[in-house]
Design a protein around this ligand. Structure first.
Ligand SMILES: [Zn+2]
Length: 168
């Protein structure tokens, strides 16, 4: 093996090592601070340590709700959930969206034109996009866009893994 190839193998090995370190070695995340003035239904709040969230959520739920990840489009069974009911936060069971406002966006993510009540969620700037978080546990849910249908013209583009469905 010449020295160039040895260097390449070493560099790849170090990169994989750093990736694994970042992924599996716990670096506790500081709690997300909700914007001043944000409220939640009945002023309910759920606050847990990063370690407790890791215990209480699946890895996929944790990566989205606490790590602001985005699930693979089309991966959630909730994309095609059309029964009457309520979509609640998978982290704290806060009711987020009614099936009455769900529409087929063909994006691969469950989409709604309005939250179930105004203060069920709050939004924050996220680069050029607008992030949507649960008002009770501050969990990351997805983003909201302005290309939705009437009556609001909004498209709440949610991660299905961040929610659970409760039938009526
Ligand atoms: Zn929540």
């Amino acid at each position: 093996m010449n020295s160039n190839r040895l260097f390449l193998v070493l560099a790849i090995g170090i990169a994989i090592g750093l990736w694994a370190y970042g992924r599996y070695v716990a670096i506790p995340k500081p709690p997300h601070r909700r914007p001043a003035g944000a409220t939640s239904p009945n002023n309910r709040r759920v606050e847990k340590s990063d370690d407790d969230w890791k215990i209480n959520l699946t890895r996929a739920q944790y990566n989205v709700l606490r790590g602001s990840d985005t699930e693979w489009p089309g991966s959630s069974p909730l994309v095609h959930e059309h029964r009457p009911g309520t979509f609640v936060c998978a982290g704290c069971r806060n009711p987020l969206f009614s099936s009455a406002t769900k529409f087929e966006s063909n994006t691969g993510w469950p989409s709604f034109y309005a939250p179930i009540v105004t203060n069920a969620i709050y939004t924050e700037a996220d680069g050029s996009r607008t992030e949507v978080r649960c008002a009770v546990c501050d969990g990351h849910l997805g983003h909201v866009f302005t290309d939705g249908p009437a009556p609001t013209g909004l498209r709440y583009c949610m991660n299905g893994v961040a929610m659970a469905f409760e039938t009526k």
